[in-house]
Design a protein around this ligand. Structure first.
Ligand code: NDP
Ligand code: 2IT
Length: 445
């Protein structure tokens, strides 16, 4: 790493002890940024990096609620409003027992660059809670969401901060959160949250957008090598919102998705995952992948273990951070892997990224490859602002243009900096320069 940046990095790591995921995200970005600072010494003089790593505002709050047995439960809520140089803070809410400040900060930090790459007017933020929705009734989830919003409402707004979904937060949770926001503020402020239901201000394609976008980005990478999804053998991790829609899109382009997973195990379905059945089990019944395997019949379900043991030509990690390590990456490369498109945020460890890059295969980092979700959230905000709603076809066309544009920006930035094909460098520099220019223009704030 560039010596000037090393000193800044050390300060950032020391100021934020015990936040391993945030450290990982910061170090990965800093490793790309040396050449930018050779060209733009003004960024160093204005302490852009130091400011970028210090969130503009961090909110941590108590979330009390009662479960169905009448017992009091206490969770911790977070919203990190990281950077508003390009627009209102924008980013999802994650409800998962592993959530703590270090995870929210890594996600918020990544979101700054991702949102800049989309070309839409959105800043970076993230939030969530250590609440575990699994096994909770609808009524419990509603009471939790209402309590969460009873504090969060004072910090957000259409022009301030616009949350959406992430792990454990989908249409149901956004509905309860929006209802409580509306009730407290007495405002039908559609643009305060995205991922809303289609009849009350949501956008068509938003549910599909992250998975679809990941596949579109990966298809653009494959094109640079004269290839496409047609005929590829694909493995996807996860079986949530991003995974299901990535599977659907990859198969619509002629690939066979032979495996997917959840945190309990994975399924190998050589005929290709039955997306209709998977949606029924996961989205309607809120069941487990094991239920899919039982209902589908004739497929292998492996309890525990790693889905990355299954050979593929294209890997789409769509579950969670650090789910694919260096050993798994080496195994995939030996098995004939050509391309990786990250649907999740930071799913590949730093070792895994190094293995993929050393092997010379196509690697699309999450902050570029999964930007279709937040980009379509920005399209939802546009529709809300104009009190309009667009057709599926028009919205999907816009998403495709945006993903092709992000691919182009990453590829051309990597070329410009003498590292063709390095999408990590392209995404980090492409996103950073846009934010840094805006911060410089807006003065020392
Ligand atoms: P969901 O909650 O819909 O699904 C998450 C999936 O990942 C589930 O299959 C879940 O399995 C699995 N998973 C979660 N945590 C773990 C874990 N610790 N170990 C193993 N498996 C795990 O979330 P999304 O699909 O929305 O999000 C998936 C990823 O995509 C996340 O990294 C998220 O940040 C990222 N992302 C999401 C966007 C969106 O629009 N939703 C946009 C951009 C990125 P189980 O049910 O067993 O927990
Ligand atoms: O990680 C992400 O980009 C998201 N969870 C989506 C954020 C959004 O505001 O749609």
């Amino acid at each position: 790493m560039d010596a000037r940046l090393e000193a800044i990095r050390d300060t950032v790591l020391a100021r934020n002890p015990g936040e391993a995921e945030f450290h990982q995200a910061v170090v990965e970005v800093f490793e790309s940024l040396g050449p930018v600072h050779d060209r733009h010494p003004e960024f160093l003089e204005a302490a852009i990096l130091e400011r970028l790593c210090e969130p503009e505002r961090q909110i941590i709050f108590r979330v009390p609620w009662t479960d169905d047995a009448g017992r009091v439960q206490i969770n911790r809520g977070f919203r990190v409003e990281f950077n508003s140089a390009l627009g209102p803070y924008k980013g999802g809410l994650r409800f998962h027992p592993s959530v703590y400040l270090g995870i929210v900060k890594f996600l918020g930090f990544e979101q700054i660059f991702k949102n800049a790459l989309t070309g839409m007017p959105i800043g970076g933020g993230k939030g969530g809670s250590d609440f575990d929705p699994r096994g909770r009734s609808d009524a419990e989830v509603m009471r939790f969401c209402q309590s969460f919003m009873t504090e969060l409402y004072r910090h957000i707004g259409e022009y301030t901060d616009v949350p959406a979904g992430d792990i454990g937060v989908g249409g149901r949770e956004i509905g309860y959160l929006f209802g409580q926001y509306k009730r407290i503020t007495n405002r039908y402020e559609s643009g305060v949250l995205t991922g809303k239901g289609i009849s009350w201000g949501g956008s068509l394609v938003r549910p599909e957008a992250t998975g679809f976008g990941t596949v579109i980005f990966t298809q653009e990478m494959l094109k640079t090598r004269g290839s496409s999804f047609d005929g590829q053998r694909v493995v996807v991790s996860g079986s949530g919102n991003v995974a299901i829609n990535a599977i659907a899109k990859a198969q619509s382009l002629g690939a066979t998705v032979v495996a997917c997973s959840d945190s309990s195990g994975y399924v190998v379905d050589e005929a290709g995952i039955d997306v209709g059945l998977l949606r029924e089990v996961k989205e309607v019944e809120r069941g487990r992948l094991k239920d899919y395997a039982e209902r589908r019949g004739g497929v292998a379900y492996v309890e525990g273990g790693s889905v990355w043991d299954v050979d593929a030509t294209v890997a789409l990690p769509c579950a969670t951070q650090n789910e694919l390590d260096g050993d798994a990456a080496a195994r995939l490369v030996r098995g004939g892997l050509l391309a990786v498109g990250e649907g999740a945020n930071m799913p590949s460890t730093r070792d895994a990224v190094a293995v993929f890059q050393d092997a010379g295969l196509l690697f699309g980092p999450g902050k570029a490859a999964n930007a279709g979700g937040v980009a379509t959230s920005a399209l939802e905000m546009q529709q809300n602002a104009s009190r309009d709603s667009w057709s599926f076809e028009h919205t999907e066309e816009r998403l495709t243009e945006i993903m092709v544009g992000i691919h182009h920006r990453c590829a051309s930035t990597a070329d410009e900096y003498g590292q063709p094909g390095n999408y990590v460098l392209g995404a980090n520099i492409g996103g950073f320069v846009k934010v840094a220019d805006a911060m410089l223009a807006q003065g020392l704030i």
